[in-house]
Every structure is written in C-alpha cells, then in structure tokens.
Design a protein around this ligand. Sequence first.
Ligand SMILES: [Zn+2]
Length: 58
Amino acid sequence: MGKTISCSDAGKDCDWSASAASEEELMSLVTEHVLSEHKEIELNSESISHIKSLIKEK
Ligand SMILES: [Zn+2]
C-alpha cells in the first residue's frame, strides 16, 4: 500500500508522477518537483492542501 500522485491530475501539462510509502515522503517529492518545474506555483497551506487532495492510494 502506498501513495501516488501525478501532475496531470492537477491539470498540469506535465507527465511527472511519483509514488511513495507515506504521504510525508510523497509530499517531499512533490515539493522538490514543484520547486524545480512549476515555479509559478506558490507552495502555501492552500496549495498544499489542494495537492494532498490529489493523492491517491495505490
Ligand atoms: Zn509537473
């Protein structure tokens, strides 16, 4: 059991996706990706809770 997320689910024209064992681990991968590839996205409590709503179980 793990967590997965993909940028296309967030409506981004981006084929990046990631999976990890825990939400914390996945969010650190997401943060790294957003900071390097989606500089237009401001990471704040609102965007982070939106990102978390896109996380799926796999
Ligand atoms: Zn992306």
